[in-house]
Design a protein around this ligand. Structure first.
Ligand code: BG6
Length: 476
């Protein structure tokens, strides 16, 4: 079903994100028939491109990032793309943009630029009477680097736009399996009654990456895994797992519940955190080489044990772990249920647990480990088998391409659906929880533990669970 007609202006239209995600995502939606024929994408940046120059940029971006491209369809898509040279800090291009925009359709402005330019863009969109009360702005992370800077950014945007006009992207929320978390929890009678401290022993969230910092050293070395992944993506996953059922699947109802989770998170003490930094070896460079900072104390890995102090989760630890240059790209949420209150079986047969694992990527799907009798005449021996649902199998061969997070999110902007976007107060609450942890490291001069590239992270991360009598799932 096509969305309503729109003009989408991408500031930073020739930047990395536009090329890797935004333009290829829009192309896929075009192929799916979701982009109206009259909709327009307007790239805006400093370079003096013509429409055709920019179409060439878009063509290359789509060809590089989309697996099968139909040239005829691509040409039709490019026909809906335009370009305008604009100066975020000066006057150039703004009156042309006002003339170009169609005010009778949905206008969305994607700020795919450094956050330091958000204020300039917002201000000029207003002073040039380009944005009005129906316009939408889309902003990317990093949304601040601590509570103070996030508050300042929120204030800057709020000076010109209402909260209902602001779409803060966390691309994890656009991932198919992440959305599925809500479907699994709130669309089945099976799980929700068990989703609490009485039945759940602990929850693990792992987001493991194989890649290192990949040429983003300058940004990453000032951020580290805590700011880059935990404050946003991991926090959002935690919220979706831990939140109370919202009364409806609506943007404020969902976000109100997520906010309550973040506010219920307890401060994390030092011995419940392990920071790591990857070493080189076997032809691979070390973190310090990658960021060109031989004395860097920034973490490329973090594991932590988190408690959510509320009625549902009292006493249930959430173990979070994320890192770069680990042995596989594998993101998974694992819910480990408690032992049976009483088993009628004896010895080893009594020691089986249900485990629900939700694979975010790759090989998206979920499986539930259940205990059954081992087939055969050998008496009542119990084994664990997975009830496996790999989405690609379940959806069939025509549906093997799981949509990229950005596709879904950009279309949600046009539809005016904010459910999968972060609200300003959520972002601030997440920083309020993260800030003291980071400040603690700075005060103590904390040094991350080295770990081998292609490993599962520092040994201490294993200990974080071992000493509680638990263990991480393998990264594979
Ligand atoms: C980004 C981080 O937000 O998410 C990157 O800045 C990280 O450091 C990336 O690699 C991971 O996203 P995905 O979709 O590949 O899991």
């Amino acid at each position: 079903i096509p969305v309503d007609d729109f003009d989408l202006v991408i500031f930073g239209g020739s930047g990395d994100l536009a090329k890797r995600k935004i333009l290829p995502g829009l192309y896929r939606r075009f192929v799916a028939g979701q982009m109206p024929e009259t909709a327009r994408i307007i790239g805006a940046a400093r370079s003096d491109y013509s429409d055709d120059d920019y179409r060439q940029v878009a063509r290359e971006a789509v060809e590089e990032h989309v697996s099968e491209v139909d040239q005829e369809v691509l040409s039709a898509f490019l026909g809906q793309i335009h370009y305008l040279a604009i100066d975020a800090k000066g006057d150039k291009g703004w009156s042309e943009l006002r003339d170009l925009i169609r005010f009778e359709v949905i206008n969305a402005f994607y700020f795919s630029v450094a956050p330091s330019l958000f204020g300039d863009l917002a201000e000029r969109l207003h002073s040039n009477k380009i944005a009005d009360k129906n316009s939408r702005v889309v902003v990317e992370k990093p949304f601040g680097r601590d509570l103070e800077t996030a508050q300042a950014l929120n204030e800057t945007l709020a000076a010109h736009f209402k909260e209902r006009q602001i779409y803060r992207i966390d691309h994890y929320l656009g991932k198919e399996t992440v959305q599925n978390l809500m479907a699994v929890r709130f669309g089945n009678v099976l799980f929700e009654p068990l989703w609490k401290t009485h039945y759940i022993d602990h929850i693990q969230i792992t987001v493991a990456e194989e890649i290192g910092v990949e040429g983003r050293g300058e940004y990453y070395d000032k951020s580290g895994a805590m700011r880059d992944m935990v404050q946003n993506h991991m926090m959002q996953l935690l919220c979706l797992i831990a939140m109370e059922p919202p009364s409806v699947f609506g943007s404020d109802a969902v976000r109100d519940e997520k906010l309550k989770v973040i506010r219920a998170l307890q401060p994390v003490s030092n011995h419940e955190i392990v920071r790591g930094q990857y070493d080189g070896g076997e032809g691979l460079t070390s973190y310090r080489e990658d960021v060109d900072n031989p004395r860097s104390h920034t973490e490329s890995f973090i594991a932590l044990k988190v408690h959510c102090a509320n009625w549902r989760w009292a006493g249930v630890p959430f173990y979070l772990r994320t890192g770069k240059r680990l042995k596989a790209r594998s993101s998974e949420i694992t819910v480990v249920f408690k032992d049976l209150a009483h088993s009628i079986f004896e010895g080893d047969e009594a020691r089986h647990r249900n485990i629900l694992s939700i694979r975010l990527q790759p090989n998206e799907g979920m499986d539930l480990q259940v205990t059954i009798k081992e087939p055969g005449p050998g008496g009542m021996r119990l084994i664990d088998v997975p009830l496996d649902m790999t989405f690609a199998d379940a959806l069939g061969p025509d549906n093997d391409e799981i949509p990229d997070a950005y596709e879904r999110l950009i279309m949600d902007v046009i539809r005016g659906n904010q459910t999968l976007f972060m609200r300003g107060d959520e972002v601030e609450a997440a920083w309020a929880w993260t800030d003291p942890i980071i400040e603690g490291w700075q005060e103590r001069g904390d040094v991350p533990k080295p770990y081998d590239s292609c490993s599962a992270g520092p040994e201490d991360a294993m200990m974080l669970m071992h000493r509680d009598g638990r263990r991480w799932r393998d990264i594979k």
